[in-house]
Design a protein around this ligand. Structure first.
Ligand code: NDP
Length: 344
């Protein structure tokens, strides 16, 4: 006998359903009783998401094709064909290291994808009450001159010029797109409100519909490469952001930002703690001693005078309780081994 389906709590559009963070976002909304329509770039990706959902919840998930979020009116037909959304969660935005053309690869999908979606909600989806955007800690922190303690009042320094340089194209695209979203709210005064999730470097179990380990999202690459023994000869330097969060906390923050009334109009800095590449390798060694010979050792390069983080707002308003680095790394590795048993 299948589980009984309770009535839906509301309809949610999640953009970029094929992504790592989106896959967990979809799951928490489904578990909470919402109905999900997610946008993807192909039928194959959409079918993968629907087919891999829990059987008891599968009939609450469907997909719509949006091939390129940078295109004018990219989301219009989704809202015209699927009326009655209550919430929109915008996670789709390019995040990779393969920059060919910073404008086409990052800036346009990030900014036009965001403002185009907001415009489309305003014009076509009058039932939407809240939009939650996956921004980033890249829109908060200044790695060139760190603040003493970061919180939601901080904005990264990136300009349009920085967005044209491959090394800063991604981080600048996140800052500029979040800024454009808040400007839209200010000038257009739509009937919905906005919350942004400024999550940091995200680890956690890989999505269940991932075709193979090469297709893995960018932020989990380090853990994958360590498990595969690709970094045996030495640890690369830790990225300047040096803070992590588990993807299940990121997903929970999106859910709470969508349903807690006082979350509207707010940014949320979402951070689980600090990490260094050495600490991640050590956590893998501790939880999976059988992988030890593939793992490098080296000094811990987390700066002694590392910047502070103030995540009290996320705890207070969203009720977040963060997963530790040890658990996040352990569960990420386990999900990789489950997918690729030959690595055990
Ligand atoms: P993924 O690469 O797994 O997901 C990105 C998603 O965006 C995919 O669904 C991708 O579709 C979609 N996408 C990208 N460009 C376009 C486009 N032009 N048109 C349509 N869809 C597009 O990354 P994450 O899950 O890690 O990232 C999701 C969001 O979270 C992004 O906004 C990212 O900036 C943000 N973020 C991520 C962090 C992290 O450490 N992972 C930290 C902070 C913020 P497809 O699969 O078809 O390519």
């Amino acid at each position: 006998m299948g589980e009984e389906i309770t009535p839906s709590k509301g309809r949610v559009l999640v953009t970029g359903g094929s992504g790592f963070i989106a896959s967990h976002v979809i799951d928490v909304f489904l578990d909470e009783g919402f109905e999900i329509v997610t946008t993807v770039r192909s039928d194959e990706k959409g079918q993968g998401i629907v087919e891999s959902a829990k059987p008891s919840l599968r009939e609450r998930v469907s997909y719509a094709i949006v091939r390129d979020i940078s295109e004018d009116g990219a989301f219009d037909s989704v809202f015209q064909n699927e009326p009655g959304f209550d919430i929109v969660v915008h996670t789709a935005s390019p995040y990779h290291h393969n920059v060919q053309d910073p404008v086409k690869d990052f800036l346009e999908p990030a900014i036009k994808g965001t403002t185009g979606l907001l415009k489309s909600v305003k014009t076509n989806a009058p039932t939407v009450k809240r939009v939650v955007i996956t921004s980033s800690s890249a829109a908060v922190i200044n790695p060139l001159k760190h603040a003493k303690v970061y919180d939601e009042t901080h904005w990264a320094p990136w300009t349009r010029e920085d967005a044209l340089v491959p090394g800063t194209a991604y981080t600048a695209s996140k800052k500029l797109s979040e800024q454009a979203a808040w400007e839209f709210m200010e000038t257009e005064r739509p009937n919905f409100d906005l919350a942004t999730i400024n999550c940091t470097f995200t680890y956690g179990p890989v999505q269940r519909n991932l075709p193979n380990l090469d297709a893995m999202n960018t932020s989990n690459h380090l853990i994958r490469d360590l498990v595969q023994g690709k970094l045996k000869d030495g640890l690369p330097p830790t990225v300047p952001v040096c803070t992590f969060v588990d993807v299940r906390d990121v997903a929970q923050s999106h859910l709470k930002a969508a349903i807690v009334p006082e979350a509207g109009g707010n940014r949320f800095y979402i951070v689980g703690g600090y990490f260094s590449n050495k600490r991640i390798a050590d956590e893998i060694r501790r939880s999976f001693p059988e992988l030890a010979e593939r793992l490098p050792d080296g000094p811990d390069d987390l700066p002694k005078d590392v910047f502070g983080i103030d995540i009290s707002k996320s705890r207070r308003v969203l009720g977040l309780e963060y997963v530790s680095l040890a658990k996040s790394v352990k569960d990420t590795v386990q999900s990789i081994l489950d997918m690729a048993p030959e690595l055990r």
